[in-house]
Design a protein around this ligand. Structure first.
Ligand code: SAM
Ligand code: SF4
Length: 335
């Protein structure tokens, strides 16, 4: 039976917030060139929300109608004892919460896959930009492709449904889009392509590597039969079915297609800031609201948040504006 709903979270534009992404850590064992700088300074541990605080905030969201939680980061599986949090959050499944999922780089998946499945996780996203070991090492700066591939194997073995997320970059991995699609679809996994977003100072030139996915989509239609499908996962991707590979291909196109009008998401950082938009600064400090005002304070902060959720982002990738649109990295707001 569903938990009784108190006031649902509806913003000024009538959009209902039903999806919370939680960044459980800003740390990561990789340094992907589009996501982080080589040298990153991470948050002191004392500034990071405790599991108890994350659980309280997540429970407040579920009580107000959130049906989907996604754990992300940084790399969620590098946070110590992360499975304790996953198990507790899994306790909300069927009691207001429909889905608990995570986005991972896969490096620690081999040892966690079974436990994730036991905690009620059914689907996960694994980020993988290439199947070439050297290229993988160059893009992630620290990662080993073999670890991720064995993580993917373990996750499939545990019965998890997998989707591969690939940041498509001109001159970097553009030539692998079709092979990746054949590989992923051949194993029953979806593939979603993501346009690089201008978040934080990183290790690549975003103008040179920017690959407009709308053009790529049109190019693919010359070789493949793409049928638009109305698959909604609660996220921003648009999906097509590819007849030749019998699989699903997703496009996340924040730069060339503005998906804000249907946005149902908010993001909690590891320090308890609730960001109302991936591409804007509007935020509410839920950690202070909870610490100073308890559950009532938290509830009031959620109401305030609904009043300031912006209409949309203003991402630009442009030679005339070489600085990132936002100073913060994706690893802070969790992608
Ligand atoms: N570490 C986990 C991972 O890599 O899956 C979770 C966090 S990561 C920030 C979430 C997603 O954001 C990944 O799929 C990653 O490829 C993507 N990402 C990171 N920086 C990005 C950027 N500047 N533009 C587009 N996608 C980005
Ligand atoms: Fe880490 Fe994920 Fe960012 Fe890569 S994309 S550096 S794996 S947080």
């Amino acid at each position: 039976m569903n938990a009784p709903l108190s006031r649902p979270l509806v913003d000024r534009f009538g959009r209902t917030v039903s999806y919370l992404r939680i960044s459980v850590t800003d740390r990561c064992d990789f340094r992907c060139v589009y996501c982080m700088a080589e040298e990153m300074s991470f948050l002191p541990k004392r500034e990071v929300l405790s599991f108890e605080e994350i659980e309280t905030i997540a429970a407040a969201f579920v009580a107000r109608g959130t049906t989907k939680l996604r754990l992300t980061g940084g790399e969620p599986l590098v946070r110590r004892d992360i499975m304790d949090l996953v198990r507790t959050l899994g306790g909300h499944l069927g009691k207001g919460l429909d889905e608990l999922t995570l986005t991972t780089n896969g490096s620690q998946l081999a040892k966690n896959a079974e436990a994730l499945a036991r905690a009620g996780v059914r689907r996960i996203n694994v980020s993988l930009d290439t199947l070439d070991a050297e290229r993988f090492a160059a893009i992630t700066r620290r990662g080993r492709l073999a670890d991720v591939l064995s993580g993917i194997e373990a996750a499939r073995g545990a019965g998890l449904e997998l989707k591969i997320n690939m940041v498509a970059m001109a001159g970097v991995n553009e030539d692998e889009i079709e092979p990746m699609m054949a590989w992923a679809h051949g194993q029953g996994m979806g593939l979603t392509l993501i346009e690089g977003m201008p978040l934080g100072e990183v290790g690549i030139d975003r103008v040179d590597t920017y690959l407009p996915l709308r053009e790529l989509h049109d190019k693919l239609t010359r070789r493949y039969t793409l049928t638009r499908i109305d698959k909604r996962t609660g996220g921003p991707a648009r999906y097509v079915h590819v007849s030749e590979t019998s699989g699903i291909l997703g496009f996340i196109t924040p730069m060339s297609h503005n998906f804000c009008e249907s946005c149902n998401r908010v993001r909690l950082t590891a320090t308890g800031q609730l960001f109302l938009c991936l591409g804007q600064e509007d935020q509410v400090n839920l950690r202070d609201a909870l610490r100073d005002g308890g559950m009532e304070g938290l509830d009031a902060a959620l109401d305030r948040a609904m009043l300031i959720k912006p209409k949309g982002h203003d991402f630009v990738i442009d030679r005339a504006q070489p600085q990132p649109t936002l100073g913060r990295h994706m690893s802070m707001t969790g992608g």
